[in-house]
Design a protein around this ligand. Structure first.
Ligand code: MSP
Length: 639
């Protein structure tokens, strides 16, 4: 039996509102936990809020509230946001809870009496004088200042002198180094591991464990005039939630014998990868198995911040795309671990392409055909259909591959492979053209194609369940499937659907969303002075326009508006799907010299690959392709 798994997110500061940065980590944790649950692994998911410290006290005062009343309010905004995103945490930990206070005091007592290997006290008191930034809630060095100010908060720090208790970090660094180097405590990705090891190589002082001035905090059990330093308080949440102070059995199961994974972004590396393991070693507690520090993202090229007003509220995304698509969109922006830039204007395009066109359309077209041709019942499987064996093989191996990606934190690969199967199935459906078979009386083959597609949809409903739990249940309901087969085991078996089971189709699972910008463009009313729509010359320069000659043209089965074109763009021949069939029948377009955008990412339209886009002018119902009148050869660049 694999060990129980215990996954945590950072606990978020309550003086901020939840934004998509917080949502991202929490959705990733939810995805991982749901995947492990699908494999029947015992799994526990912890998130929560970090509520102490002078920043919170100041924010409460500014709001005219007591500290706890202020916290109660903002904690609710996190809980509501997480409910709106269908996050399935098992424990929401608040640092102001009695449970947590007990736990912090317990570990502090333990540290207070602990000795290092060389017999020194782990905790000692001393005077500390230094520059303190209340924004960061930490002492900062002269070296870190920019123009005399904290670079993060653009505020001059205060000079403070106070009695503090210190934690003898230096005594634990050699052991931590060894544990990290040997991966007994895995720091991922590799780049972050190097960063921590680099930090250990520098002269790191001991850290102070308490604050005299900060009143909004947990008092030290051995000196009531001092409050636990917020990071000591906050990090301890991970053991509180496992039951350190109040549930020894649970603590043994989840922490001591479990596999502990801390998930966060790279901004809080030092606290998690050095301070926390040192505290655990000194308190004689087991260390986490893995820390995964993902990338930090910007929004439209800017750091997300309250003062810039560019934070994206996950609730707004849920209002536009729904909980599931929001989860999907955030998870697929870039690989976990790398930094990236989120561009909200791309969300709608991606939603329409991946979810409405690829996945939603597969479900709609397959189920509608089952309703019309098979009396609304799952047909019988039928072997010997061209392409079926390949599709089955791709489907059967997917569960294992996806789960392996998940175990290695390759979130985008796990999702991307499922979407690739959806696209392959759309292609299989198009290539086999089942709509023709009914008329030809080949009902067994027709049923076999539809059965295979339903099977893929069933497997997809399991493998994308951790990403989009509600929508996948909706799809499963369409196929009359309940939760008893919602597990990885059944995603590995093909031919699992029972022929004869009822299917029903009501409305598209992912209705298309209006791409605001696109529709404004079509109406021709993009104001040229609208800053939002102005392109930088370098952005326009990225678009590669070329003259292309249409070599062949044919209609796409089942799609009145689409033509499948083979074109010559000088450097190579390509296939492009163009929505111009109503204006340019195949005979008319063949031989024409048109203008094509040559450096677009390939797209799959109706299961057919398209590599490029033709330029056309459109007004109302009229559409005219941009053509090249003189005898420029195919491939000529247009600039
Ligand atoms: N309270 C501390 C954490 C204590 S954990 C023992 C804290 N809170 S925070 O509210 O600032 O949250 C930081 C975390 O939020 C990051 O580590 C990351 O998980 C998430 N993110 C916040 N902004 C983010 C981005 N712009 N991009 C990606 N993740 C981000 O630090």
């Amino acid at each position: 039996m694999p060990k129980p798994i215990y996954i945590t997110t950072p606990i978020y500061y309550v003086n901020d509102r939840p934004h998509i940065g917080h949502a991202y980590t929490t959705i990733v944790a939810d995805l991982l936990i749901r995947y492990h649950r699908l494999s029947n692994r015992d799994a526990y998911f912890v998130t929560g809020t970090d509520e102490h410290g002078s920043k919170v006290a100041e924010a409460a005062e500014a709001a005219g509230l007591s500290e706890i009343a202020f916290c109660d309010q903002t904690v609710q905004t996190f809980k509501t946001a997480w409910d709106n995103l269908s996050l399935s945490y098992d424990c929401f930990i608040r640092t102001t809870s009695d449970r947590h206070k007990q736990s912090v005091q317990k570990i502090l007592e333990k540290l207070h009496t602990a000795k290092t290997d060389s017999g020194e006290e782990v905790i000692y008191s001393d005077f500390y004088e230094g520059l303190y930034c209340t924004g960061c809630e930490k002492f900062i060095t002269e070296k870190e200042l920019v123009d005399g100010q904290c670079p993060h908060h653009k505020k001059e720090p205060e000079r403070l002198k106070e009695k503090n208790y210190f934690f003898r970090l230096s005594a634990y660094l050699p052991k931590i180094k060894e544990l990290i180097e040997t991966d007994q405590m895995q720091i991922l990705p590799e780049e972050r591991k190097r960063e921590v090891l680099g930090l250990i190589g520098q002269e790191l002082g001991d850290f102070s464990l308490s604050r005299e001035r900060v009143k909004w905090g947990i008092p030290l059990p051995f000196d009531q005039d001092q409050s636990a330093y917020v990071w000591v308080d906050a990090l301890s949440n991970y053991i509180t939630a496992a039951g350190y102070a109040d549930d020894p059995e649970a603590f043994e199961k989840w922490w001591t014998k479990g596999e502990v994974i801390h998930l966060m972004a790279k901004d809080i590396l030092k606290f998690h990868c050095l301070y926390w393991p040192a505290m655990l070693l000194a308190a004689d507690l087991k260390l986490p198995e893995t820390m995964f520090l993902h990338g930090f993202f910007t929004v439209d090229g800017e750091k997300m911040s309250k003062s810039l007003g560019n934070q994206i509220d996950p609730n707004d995304m849920v209002a536009t795309y729904g909980a599931d698509a929001t989860r999907y969109l955030l998870l697929t922006q870039f690989p976990l671990g790398v930094d990236g830039d989120v561009q909200a204007k791309r969300f709608a395009t991606q939603y329409n392409s991946d979810l409405a066109n690829d996945l939603g359309n597969l479900v709609s077209r397959v189920i509608k055909m089952v309703v019309v041709n098979c009396d609304g019942k799952i047909p019988s499987p039928f072997r010997g259909i061209e392409g079926l064996d390949e599709l089955m093989a791709q489907t059967e191996e997917l569960a294992e591959h996806s789960y392996s990606h998940i175990k290695h934190f390759r979130v985008t690969n796990a999702i991307g492979d499922v979407i690739a199967l959806v696209r392959a199935t759309n292609k299989f459906f198009n290539d086999r053209a089942p709509w023709k078979l009914g008329k030809e009386g080949k009902t067994d083959e027709l049923g076999g194609i539809l059965y295979a597609c339903c099977e893929v949809i069933r497997v997809v409903s399991i493998l994308l369940y951790p990403v989009m739990p509600n929508k996948m249940k909706e799809i499963r309901a369409i196929l009359s499937l309940d939760d008893s087969t919602l597990n990885l085991q059944s995603a590995q078996t093909f031919f699992d659907l029972k022929p004869g089971a009822a299917v029903s189709f009501d409305q598209p699972v992912f209705p298309r969303i209006k791409e605001e910008k696109a529709s404004r463009g079509e109406a021709g009313n993009v104001a040229s002075g609208d800053e939002d729509n102005l392109l930088d010359i370098s952005e326009f320069g990225k678009v590669e326009l070329r003259v292309a000659e249409v070599l062949q043209a044919e209609r796409v089965e089942g799609a009145d508006r689409l033509l499948k074109l083979q074109i010559d763009i000088g450097i190579e021949k390509r296939q492009v799907i163009a929505g111009v069939a109503e204006h340019y029948p195949p005979d008319k377009i063949r031989g024409m010299k048109v203008v094509v955008v040559a450096n677009l990412k390939p797209a799959t339209i109706r299961g057919v690959e398209s590599r490029g886009m033709l330029l056309a002018a459109k007004k109302g119902k009229k559409l005219t392709l941009v053509t090249i009148a003189d005898d420029l050869p195919a491939g000529a660049k247009i600039s």
